[in-house]
Design a protein around this ligand. Structure first.
Ligand code: GDP
Ligand code: MG
Length: 209
């Protein structure tokens, strides 16, 4: 049997969004995946993650983006949430210093729960969201401090974003996909050929995964 024709390679990348409640994680995800923004968005209904397909160079990848759905207490997120993550996106609000200061706890908590051997080698991306509110020269969170923090955490890529104005959202998630791909757990999905499927007494479901 020519298995090379029956098999297709697919890359699924698991991405986790973390950060304090209210920083805009759900809004960023909705802007990126659905091109929608709402001031009154309720947490994801009945779903732990959403998916989006995109191209990275000439490869098609599927991002599986996990949102915390309002349970931003670290302890309340089960280990299934972290298992097999390919990238962790940390989000803070550029207008609220406290949300930047808690990043250490999110970063270290993730590293521990996901059982990372080398957190500096794991792909994290930092997003400073709600930049649309940060007008003028008033900088509640000092950019120098942010850059230093990223450097000290293994040169973490950093983007200023606005989920509201769709600023840098696409760019940020493209970077997420790219660095996640470098850390991927490639999945082989088996697609039976038509002739195989019809000749079987009980055809397997093509989407048993
Ligand atoms: P989460 O708790 O981290 O998921 O945050 P949400 O996505 O629920 O956002 C919290 C609030 O901030 C909501 O009222 C959003 O409309 C608002 N918000 C989110 N992103 C932005 C942004 O980029 N700019 C502004 N001005 N508001 C935002
Ligand atoms: Mg949310």
């Amino acid at each position: 049997m020519d298995t090379s024709q029956a098999r297709r390679k697919r890359t699924l990348l698991k991405v986790i969004l973390l950060g304090d409640c209210g920083v805009g994680k759900t809004s960023l995800m909705n802007q990126y995946v659905y091109k929608k923004y709402s001031e009154h968005y309720k947490s994801t209904i009945g779903a732990d993650f959403v998916t989006k397909e995109l191209q990275v160079d000439d490869k098609t990848v599927t991002l599986q983006i996990w949102d915390t759905a309002g349970q931003e207490k670290f302890q309340s997120l089960g280990s299934a949430f972290y298992r097999g993550a390919d990238c962790c996106v940390l989000v803070y609000d550029v207008n609220v210093p406290r949300t930047f200061e808690t990043l250490n706890a999110w970063h270290d908590g993730f590293s521990k729960q996901a059982d990372l051997n080398d957190p500096e080698a794991f792909p994290f991306v930092l997003l400073g969201n709600k930049i649309d509110l940060n007008v003028g020269h008033n900088q509640p969170v000092c950019e120098e401090k942010v850059k230093e923090w990223c450097d000290s955490r293994g040169n973490m890529p950093y983007f200023q974003t606005s989920a509201k104005e769709n600023y840098n959202v696409e760019e940020a998630f493209s970077c997420v996909a790219k660095i996640a791909l470098e850390n991927e757990h490639e999945q082989d999905i088996y697609f039976p050929r038509m002739s195989e499927t019809v000749s079987e007494a009980e055809p397997r479901s093509p989407c048993a995964c």
